[in-house]
Structures are given as structure tokens and as C-alpha cells.
Design a protein around this ligand. Structure first.
Ligand code: CA
Length: 229
């Protein structure tokens, strides 16, 4: 069973998160202060840690630093208030894997958890395949049908992010946060531009039907990789 640790002092948020994660089939351990949270991390094994920043005893950023100093590589999602942007950037440097600003929807949190858990399960394999699309993690080479291209770092990270969870729709905001590490500028079209670049590299407009291309744009929401049949 997938085991998650939640370190969160606000009871209302904790109850809501625990209920949501349990309904997804995860086993959830809850600690409500930084000291017991760190103790749990050092003494047990979890698949994923959800870590609040403002905590009694020890702030989330210190918990994260201590765990990384102890070479514990468990993925961490930081839960932050919108106003804690500097803490967030600090957390990024300390090695958090993802962030979620409060308030958030449970669907969003479970999607992030799934993406990180999948990513971690597959870190030892060198290639990811979805249908006719193959991504080589060592060479950053992507293959689709007869085309074979090298992706830039951003293009690669974006495509890998989508390919980790086929069928899952990711918002532009989520993609931006994961690939570029920013979530405060929603006006930019960098996500669309990056996806266009990937498409241009792979689609042979003389031969391929554009609608066959596995990255699907979901109007008004974002993008997904089509599940292979
Ligand atoms: Ca808090």
C-alpha cells in the first residue's frame, strides 16, 4: 500500500486532505507539528511527504532541509499559503519536488501526488513509452512514428511530465509550475509555445494527420497525453 505522510497543523485542512487521500486508497499518517513530522520521516519509510511550511515546533523548510541533509530522498510536496512566495523559493532550493498553494482542490492535490509517485516508480527505467511515443531519459531523444528528435531540457521535462500520467489532464498552471517553477504569471503562453515546438519536431505534415499526435489540447484547461489503446 502506498504510504503518505502529512505534516499539517491546521485541523480543517488536515481532515480534508486525509479523507481525500484515503478515498484514493492511500495510507495516510498525520503529524501536526514540525518536530514530530521530522521524527516520523527519520524513523519510518513513506512514498511521499506532504509538508506544510508554517508549522509549530519547526517550520516545514527546516524539516525539509534536515531530511535532505540525512539523505532521505522521499518526494516532498510543500503546501504553502499564496503569500509565502519567498519561503517557496527557499523550499525549492532545499529540494522540494512540487508545491501547492492553499487553498487547493483535492483533485489537484491527488493529481500531483500521482504524478510524483509515478515519477518515482519509474526513475530507474531509461525510457518511457505511451503508444507510439517513446522518450529516452538519457539522451532526451523522442521518437514518434518515423520521426526521431532531440528535445531541449524544457521540452523534455514537459513531455515527461505529461507522459508519466497518460489520460490525465494538466492545467497550463500546473505545467508551468512543474516545468518552469513559476505559478504567478498566468498571462504567458510559454506552455503553448513549448508544446507547439514539440509538435513541430515530431509531426510530418505531409504524412501525418495532426489529430493523431498524442498530445491533446483540452480547450480552456490544458493538455494531456492520449492514453494508448
Ligand atoms: Ca500551518
Amino acid at each position: 500500500m502506498t504510504s503518505l505522510l502529512l505534516v499539517e497543523d491546521e485541523k480543517k485542512i488536515a481532515d480534508f486532505v486525509i479523507l481525500g487521500l484515503q478515498s484514493e486508497g492511500y495510507e495516510v499518517t498525520h503529524m501536526s507539528d514540525g518536530v514530530s513530522g521530522l521524527e516520523a520521516i527519520l524513523n519510518s519509510t513513506y512514498d511521499l511527504v506532504l509538508l506544510d511550511i508554517m508549522l509549530p515546533g519547526k517550520p516545514g523548510t527546516e524539516v525539509l532541509q534536515s531530511m535532505r541533509d540525512s539523505s532521505i530522498k522521499t518526494p516532498v510536496i510543500m503546501l504553502t499559503a499564496k503569500s509565502e512566495l519567498t519561503d517557496k523559493l527557499l523550499g525549492f532550493k532545499l529540494g522540494a519536488d512540487d508545491y501547492l498553494a492553499k487553498p487547493f482542490f483535492m483533485e489537484e492535490l491527488t493529481a500531483r501526488c500521482k504524478a510524483l509517485l509515478n515519477r518515482n516508480q519509474n526513475t530507474n527505467t531509461e525510457a518511457i513509452t505511451v503508444g507510439e511515443l517513446t522518450l529516452d531519459k538519457i539522451t532526451r531523444r523522442v521518437n514518434w512514428r518515423e520521426r526521431s528528435m532531440i528535445l531541449s531540457q524544457r521540452e523534455f521535462t514537459l513531455l515527461e511530465y505529461l507522459m508519466r500520467s497518460p489520460g490525465n489532464v494538466f492545467s497550463r498552471q500546473q505545467i508551468m509550475q512543474f516545468v518552469w517553477g513559476i505559478d504567478f504569471n498566468t498571462q504567458t503562453n510559454i506552455v503553448d509555445v513549448c508544446i507547439q515546438r514539440i509538435r513541430r519536431k515530431l509531426v510530418n505534415t505531409e504524412k501525418d494527420d495532426l489529430s493523431d499526435f498524442p498530445i491533446e489540447s483540452i480547450r480552456g484547461i490544458g493538455y494531456k497525453i492520449k492514453k494508448s489503446d
